[in-house]
Design a protein around this ligand. Structure first.
Ligand code: KIV
Ligand code: NA
Length: 258
């Protein structure tokens, strides 16, 4: 049985930390699912980590769905969430419904994630959840707004912190089943986590969230550069470079194949 949104809320109540990671393809999705991750996010970080774009802005819905289908084929347990890319949901609730509907119907994912809070995004989330589409929110540093926010920590002034808290509450009231808190002060994340009945999933938001998410390329040490809050648990750049160097040498020296 696959992880459900209902289960995530129970885990919050029980104090069981939720583990989330991104995946963009079949092979990695299968490995991280078998390792027992709870949520697999087909994040639009795909634009940067796999497709080589400078920001997440250029990726299309079709590109996201292409990767989400591959992820779906690799996953048996985890809840799969697909990011709606920039300008495939901000225009109107109708546009969001169309995009989210495609994400669920064409890929078999169980939920979508979108960035931003209130008031416009809360109204959109409300329409999606009314139609039976589970929505994960995302506030704090929202990379689709990079040209306004940059990649710096959000919610540092009392005013900004209040706004992020208000956005989180509005998203919960609109029916979101969980919220990603990205790059905000740990005490603000703790305060939001305490106020909400739905789980908070932190990234660069300190240890007091109900769960954590990382970009898998950062976790594996595969990213060209990674944000200050990420932690590499492996160094795949080094491993891959070494393997390719060894192979090249053996071919050139006539050692492979034997
Ligand atoms: O696209 C992504 O990888 C994300 C996570 C960082 C939450 O949105
Ligand atoms: Na994203």
């Amino acid at each position: 049985m696959s992880v459900t949104t209902h289960q995530l809320i129970q885990w919050k109540q029980q104090g069981r930390s939720i583990v989330a990671l991104t995946a963009y393809d079949y092979a990695i999705a299968q490995l991280i699912d078998q390792a027992g991750v709870d949520i697999i996010l087909v994040g639009d970080s795909l634009a940067m980590t796999v497709l080589g774009y400078d920001t997440t802005l250029p990726i299309t819905l079709d590109e996201m769905l292409h990767h989400a289908k591959a992820v779906r084929r690799g996953v048996k347990q985890a809840l799969i969430v697909v990011d709606l890319p920039f300008l495939t949901y901000q225009e109107s609730p109708q546009q969001a419904m169309h995009s989210a509907g495609r994400a669920l119907k064409e890929t078999g994912a169980q939920a979508v994630k979108l960035e931003g809070g209130y008031p416009a995004m809360a109204a959109t989330v409300s329409q999606l959840t009314s139609a039976g589409i589970p929505v994960m929110g995302h506030v704090g540093l929202t990379p689709q707004s990079v040209h306004q926010l940059g990649y710096k920590k959000q919610g540092k002034t009392a005013e900004a912190a209040d706004r992020i808290l208000a956005e989180s509450i509005a998203l919960q009231e609109a029916g979101a089943f969980a919220i990603v808190l990205e790059h905000i002060p740990a005490d603000l994340a703790a305060q939001i986590t305490q106020k909400l009945t739905i789980p908070t999933i932190g990234i660069g938001a300190g240890p007091h969230c109900d769960g954590q998410v990382l970009v898998t390329s950062d976790l594996l040490g595969l990213s060209e550069k990674q944000p200050p809050f990420a932690k590499a648990y492996a160094n795949l750049r080094e491993t891959i470079t070494q393997a390719v160097t060894d192979y090249s040498l053996e071919v050139r020296e006539g050692k492979f194949p034997e």
